[in-house]
Design a protein around this ligand. Sequence first.
Ligand SMILES: [Zn+2]
Length: 58
Amino acid sequence: MAMPPLLKILDSEENCVNILRKARFNDSVICPYCLSKKVIKWGSYRKVYQRYRCKDCP
Ligand SMILES: [Zn+2]
């Protein structure tokens, strides 16, 4: 029984948001995957979390 790909993506995306949010408290926002600082604001997630998007990751 395989997990639907969409759910996997959403799950990892939520984790990404949480990680980025934590990083923000350290004064700088970095990408948890490539540690790039080229992260831009990317709307909000469920109107609660500030979302970010890494410019280096695909
Ligand atoms: Zn990245």
